[in-house]
Design a protein around this ligand. Structure first.
Ligand SMILES: [Cu+2]
Length: 109
């Protein structure tokens, strides 16, 4: 008894205003849509996609016909997840390679 869990290393950000701490964000893949379609996250954050459909989708970086090659994960069926950590600022469009009308975007700052 009396055990203490090791605490999370709190991220300082001293003196910086408006900077969002790195964290996590979830995107649901449901009825052929990414929800939310755009995710705003801080550098270092992890985004997790969760497939809520019975069919396979992918989370593929870039645009159809011009994949950026940064990430390409299969969501093989309902309940499957894919996780990407974003370590550099920028705008990262992505789509589903099986249903190219499915588009989303992660904005990292
Ligand atoms: Cu799809």
């Amino acid at each position: 008894m009396g055990d203490r869990g090791s605490g999370d290393g709190a991220v300082g950000g001293a003196g910086m205003v408006g900077v969002v701490a790195a964290g996590t964000a979830d995107v649901e893949v449901k009825v052929f849509q990414f929800r939310p379609q755009a995710s705003d996250v801080a550098v270092g954050s992890v985004v997790t996609w969760v497939n809520r459909d019975e069919i396979e989708h992918t989370v593929t970086s870039g645009m159809p016909g011009a994949g950026a090659g940064r990430f390409d994960a299969a969501l093989a069926g309902k309940g499957t997840t894919a996780t990407v950590r974003f370590t550099e600022p920028g705008v990262y469009p992505y789509f589903c390679s099986r249903h190219q009308a499915m588009r989303g975007e992660v904005r990292v700052q």
